[in-house]
Ligand binder design. Sequence first.
Ligand code: PMP
Length: 464
Amino acid sequence: ATESFEPDNHGAGNSAASRDKAYFLHPYTNLHAHETQGPLIIERGEGVRVFDDSGKEYIEGLASLWCVSLGWGEERLVEAATRQMRKLPTYHVFGHKSHEPGIDLAERLIKLAPVPMSKVFFANSGSEANDTAVKLVWYYNNALGRPEKKKILSRVKAYHGVTVATASLTGLVNNHRDFDLPIARIQHTDCPHHYRFAEPGESEEDFATRLAESLEALILAEGPETIAAMFAEPVMGAGGVIVPPATYFAKIQPILKKYDILLVADEVICGFGRTGNFWGSQTMGMQPDILTCAKQLSSGYLPISAVMVSDAVYRACVEESKKIGTFGHGYTYSAHPVAAAVAIETLKIYEERDLVGHVRAVAPLFQRRLKALADHPLVGEARGVGLIGALELVADKETKTPFDPVGRAGAVVNGLSQENGLIIRAMGDSVAVCPPLVIGEEDINRMFDRLTTALDAAIPVLRG
Ligand code: PMP
């Protein structure tokens, strides 16, 4: 007799919240707390706002996860997706196959690149793009007959994703602990956060010089012939929105060049106008050999990411393929035609509406309101550039002593902001703001008014 499978309902009631708790394993969520707290269910979005299932309105101060540049309800993206869905909803690009949306998007990205780039590889997420970049770096060095040159440098507090290799590059304890990471051949160098890591009295310039010297010392200690690449976000995002000193990249890039080490710019957050230039690499003076991007590439409406490679990297890979045959890497959904069509439309909108010009026009107000919060009793540092910023909460402004336990203050301000109709993101005791790029001055003011209310309400909770 066959036994029929009778799924039990895990104790779920009929409400969406109880079904969520019964069935849904959430990413980046305190799983234990979720069992009692349950989800915040977002039902719809409009412009820079989202609404939960009770109808409550929130300004989305983090653009979902740093990605919804055009805000919610952009009909042109819906139409681009619908058109492509009807014509060719899906097709792959393996084994010499191609399609117009993939070709068009590759051409547009190469023409937009901050430095001369040769080819574009497509993936579906920031993690996959960076994982691809790791593999390309290894493939490249095998192609050049340097099998020992494989180690990859990243930085403390970097965020490059969560696959096995990219979580290893990520320089945050939570992404390593209990996952048995990092893997071998990954090394972390200093975080360029002056407020936290400068010596007393050390200028930004001297701090940058010291970090460059420390990088060179690490390279020499490991052996330059073993180091293949360094990954760097122009502005570190999920590590706490850390803007490096102005001369940081100018000081480290000659060292990378000297030892023939590739620079991979992770533009997953900074790409497409976030920092006030089209690329974060332009804002920070980076000349990468490989550039990865995602998120705002499609305004977050569909998953798509890209890896751009220099001609030198591409040529070496072609030579290797001449010897060994097929380049054995690719995703079923690489250059997915619907995602590519939405990305193309997104790039057209950026150009037509001069979104970078808009960011430059409203960023001064954003940065003024952000930096005014440095005077708040709970704020140790207010930092940012363009339309991205963070506040670091401290127990003692003079000594920069964090609250105990670390992470509670961030969670408290995050929760109070949400109560006040503002969604932000806490990373430890730093809270980040990174609204849709289309935000206007009135909503920037509203956003910071709500954040100020939340900070004021947090004082008695944290000090009381
Ligand atoms: N790189 C950076 C700089 C990121 O901010 C992120 C995601 N926040 C990633 C990579 C990983 O992207 P994804 O979550 O799409 O895998």
